[in-house]
Design a protein around this ligand. Structure first.
Ligand SMILES: Nc1ncnc2c1ncn2[C@@H]1O[C@H](COP(=O)(O)OP(=O)(O)OP(=O)(O)O)[C@@H](O)[C@H]1O
Ligand SMILES: [Mg+2]
Length: 817
């Protein structure tokens, strides 16, 4: 059956008109739905498809349901145009069309008239098409029982838990249509009640999230669609919400109490496989449910053979290796953790998962995914295949008008159409896409004291820094030809130097020995540098005072150890070589430490994390490589987090910080970001907090410095050392405080941050973990290091080597825990 839309606009002023369709004066734009076929003399026509006809004055445009123009015609007589109504046939661009009906103007501007494959939100009993889409959520689990069995079942049809008990959490009952579709055996409808043991712990947003997931996978939200995307910001407990859903569906169902699912597949990054096991254990103990995690010693075969297990947890990598076996298992629920990796539908992992027959699919992700509409499409299409039509129609109907409307050259009409389409997309996908921000959890978290600490560079660092800046390689970068420019090598050398001169020393020595020493740029960068080091310099015997940050770090560790002997510290760097230095420092001072970096076998990671989080741990320090250990890890055993170096991508640092300040943390959390004053580290920080850094989908963890384009102007700025400033970042803030802002004064300015959320203002509010902006930083407390009477005892101890501080306290009033 064809769907037909005719749109008639009566008032041209308030009409959205697509690009290239100026409204002719004195006439109104009308929209119709039609069927079309190629022109022929045959009496019995075979209609080839549906289309939308736009009548704008004397010009007609025919669009197929993918939004593509398939015919145009001009110069029609007004008499003929007047006749256009239901049943009328006419020719346009070599096609014969028959008018089928009209639709509201809103249906065109929202794009709804193009949506065919999706199935609307409402379950309409009169729609045969809708009925066909439906798949029975129960069919895979139980067979229709005989009369006798049914009677027996009826007797046991009581909710599993008391729905009337105080604080009970009861899932919404299916409506009449759902029952008609899915309760063919006419079982009594039974309340599905969340296990009180879980309901007791669930936070309000988690209860809401659980209901959302339940309605999605039961097909109660969108016709016959059982997929969902839970995109809550990191740390909101997506794992617990899924465990609660899985446990509920495995034991209960609305029709006769019959369980909805038997087997669940959870796919997750390798580093989180054991985290999932831990969370199951934490919330359900080890008796209620048997879960199976795949690793080197536990193969999928074991899961297949044993009837004990109902949940299989596997890494994305292992999934690809065991795909053939997994395809043969009937899973009723599929959960993809950190599922933004499925944003590319061409990659193997995505195609492998798509090939699994399971209809109930959930993607979990803490990363905003609306920044790129095509990626957003891929994720939606994974959980609810075909719901947004084909990619090409999605691009025509949504992406193109939305992008056009954001361009500075966009006309008023373009803007209106783009906004309307974006709003419609948000509204429709909102049925199965949920994202909440950290704010919902903040009130349960202890205070967070964030510090940006500007450390004075050491004398050796300064001398080497100047020398690097005067090198031929840096001068070459600034000449303007950015192709083949060695700027990444230069940036790398400066960053190493900021961490510790011995790292630079090692690089020079390595280059000297390696056969590629003749590479011009690098040798010209290092020329004469060795002479700056003392003649007998031994990198293994590095000292703390050679690096400003290391000096501050050692003092900071000492004061934490002294004032808070039971507190623990997470120490983060982006580089393993730097972690080696930090580990050596721990050794020298007798601090017990543990370490997780790219080399740590996946099988050992959870053990290391658990060890550190345990109250019996003797470790004082957790050394973490931010690249290796970013996503998903819980390091709530630590209450101090020190970011030793800075990444171009603010998302990396934000990820690291939220390992510690998250649900379950019992102590006030102290965060220290160390930056070397006046150097490239300050510049990278400024880039992070400037508009430039904030735009361009910086939240994507995959973005590295190689993806960053620099202008010559920017490189000039990067390659400048500001020796006399206490804090270049503060100088840039245009602040009149003369280095002393003790109180935050006004509440933080609500600065519109230009993130690349392609869905526009509707979704802007959804990113509370966005990087800080310049104007927000200005509102932080700030003071120079030589100020007397620092109230913070930790800062007081390190101030000798610090030129400037910024400090901000969140949740100051949360009861100290
Ligand atoms: N209701 C709760 N009460 C106490 N602790 C909770 C609750 N919900 C979750 N947690 C704890 O909060 C921590 C974070 O949860 P989880 O790892 O599921 O977050 P997430 O949403 O998956 O974040 P990420 O995006 O970083 O993976 C875990 O230690 C978890 O056990
Ligand atoms: Mg998670």
């Amino acid at each position: 059956m064809f769907y037909i839309f005719i749109l008639v606009y009566s008032s041209p002023e308030d009409l959205p008109v697509s690009k290239g369709q100026e409204v002719e004066p004195g006439s109104a734009v009308k929209y119709f739905t039609v069927v079309w076929c190629k022109a022929s003399k045959k009496k019995h026509k075979t209609w080839e498809g549906d289309a939308v006809l736009i009548v704008n004055g004397k010009s007609l445009t025919l669009k197929d349901l993918e939004g593509k123009d398939i015919g145009r015609g001009t110069g029609y007589k007004f008499k003929e145009l007047e006749k256009i109504e239901e049943g009328y046939t006419m020719m346009i661009g070599g096609k014969e069309i028959e008018i089928m009906g009209s639709i509201s103007p809103d249906d065109f501007s929202s794009g709804r008239c193009f949506q065919l494959g999706g199935g609307g939100p409402a379950i309409s009993s009169s729609s045969q098409a809708a009925k066909k889409c439906f798949s029975n959520p129960l069919k895979s689990v139980y067979k229709p029982s005989s009369k006798e069995n049914r009677q027996n079942s009826f007797q046991n049809c009581k909710p599993r838990h008391d729905p009337c008990a105080p604080n009970s959490l009861v899932m919404p009952r299916p409506d009449k249509n759902h029952q008609w579709m899915f309760n063919k055996n006419c079982f009594p409808v039974v309340d599905v009640v969340i296990d009180p043991h879980l309901a007791y712990y669930l936070r309000p947003h988690q209860k809401e999230g659980l209901i959302f997931l339940y309605e999605c996978v039961m097909g109660m939200r969108v016709n016959g669609r059982c997929g969902a995307i839970l995109a809550d910001e990191m740390g909101l407990g997506k794992t617990l919400q899924c465990i609660s859903l899985l446990w509920t569906l495995q034991c209960q169902g609305p029709y006769g109490g019959k369980p909805i699912i038997k087997k669940t597949l959870i796919v997750t990054p390798g580093s989180l496989v054991n985290n999932w096991r831990r969370e199951f254990q934490k919330w359900l103990g080890s008796e209620r449910i048997k879960i199976f995690t795949v690793d080197q010693d536990h193969k999928v075969e074991e899961f297949i053979k044993s009837p004990l297990y109902s949940v299989l947890i596997i890494s994305y990598e292992m999934l690809l290796r065991s795909l053939d076996q997994i395809k043969n298992i009937k899973f009723d629920l599929l959960i993809c953790d950190e599922g933004h990796r499925l944003k590319n539908s061409a990659i193997k992992t995505t195609t492998a998962l798509i090939s699994l027959a399971c209809e109930k699919r959930i993607i979990l992700t803490g990363t905003p995914v609306q920044n790129d509409l095509q990626e957003f499409f891929a994720l939606i299409d994974f959980v609810n295949p075909g719901i947004l039509g084909s990619l090409s129609s999605f691009r025509k109907i949504y992406e193109e008008p939305i992008i056009v409307s954001r361009q500075p050259s966009a006309s008023k009409e373009d803007k209106e159409l783009g906004e309307r389409r974006a709003a419609e997309l948000v509204c429709f996908t909102g049925l199965f896409f949920l994202r909440r921000t950290q704010e919902v959890i903040n009130k349960y978290l202890p205070p967070k004291i964030e510090n940006v600490v500007f450390c004075r560079p050491g004398a050796l660092q300064l001398e080497l820094y100047q020398k690097l800046l005067n090198s031929q390689a840096v001068r070459f970068c600034l000449q303007g030809s950015l192709e083949n420019s060695p700027h990444l090598i230069c940036i790398g050398a400066l960053k190493k130097l900021c961490n510790h001169p011995c790292l630079l020393f090692n690089s020079i020595k390595e280059k000297e020995c390696s056969s590629t020493w003749d590479e011009h740029e690098e040798s010209s960068l290092y020329e004469g540098l060795l002479n700056v080091f003392p003649a007998d310099y031994n990198p293994l015997m590095f000292t703390e005072k050679e690096s400003g940050k290391l000096q501050v770090l050692t003092k900071l560790l000492a004061v934490i150890h002294e004032l808070r002997p039971t507190d623990r510290v997470v120490l983060v760097s982006n580089y393993t070589q730097t972690l080696n230095i930090l580990q050596e420092v721990c050794k020298r001072h007798g601090y017990a430490c543990t370490r997780l970096d790219g080399q740590t076998p996946v099988s050992q990671r959870q053990q290391i994390v658990d060890g550190f989080n345990s109250k019996y741990s003797s470790d004082f320090i957790f050394l973490l490589s931010s690249k290796a250990g970013g996503v998903g890890l819980n390091l709530i055993g630590g209450s101090h987090l020190i970011l030793y170096d800075i990444d171009w991508n603010p998302a990396t640092d934000i990820q690291a910080m939220s390992r510690v300040w998250r649900d379950g943390q019992k102590h006030p959390v102290h965060i220290y970001r160390l930056l070397t004053t006046g150097t490239i580290e300050e510049k990278i920080y400024q880039r992070q907090i400037s508009k430039q850094g904030l735009s361009g989908a910086v939240v994507d963890l995959a973005k590295t410095s190689e993806h960053i384009q620099f202008s010559v102007e920017e490189l000039k700025n990067l390659f400048t050392l500001h020796e006399s400033s206490h804090c270049v970042t503060h100088d840039l803030l245009d602040c009149d405080c003369a280095g002393k802002r003790e109180h935050t004064g006004d509440s933080l300015e609500k600065f519109p941050v230009s993130r690349n959320c392609q869905l526009g203002p509707h979704h802007k509010k959804s990113d509370s973990l966005k990087p800080l902006s310049m104007s927000q930083l200005k509102q932080w407390k700030h003071f120079s290091g030589d100020q007397l009477n620092l109230k913070d005892p930790f800062l007081d101890r390190i101030r000798e080597n610090v030129s400037f501080f910024f400090q901000n306290i969140t949740n100051q009033n949360t009861a100290a825990l």
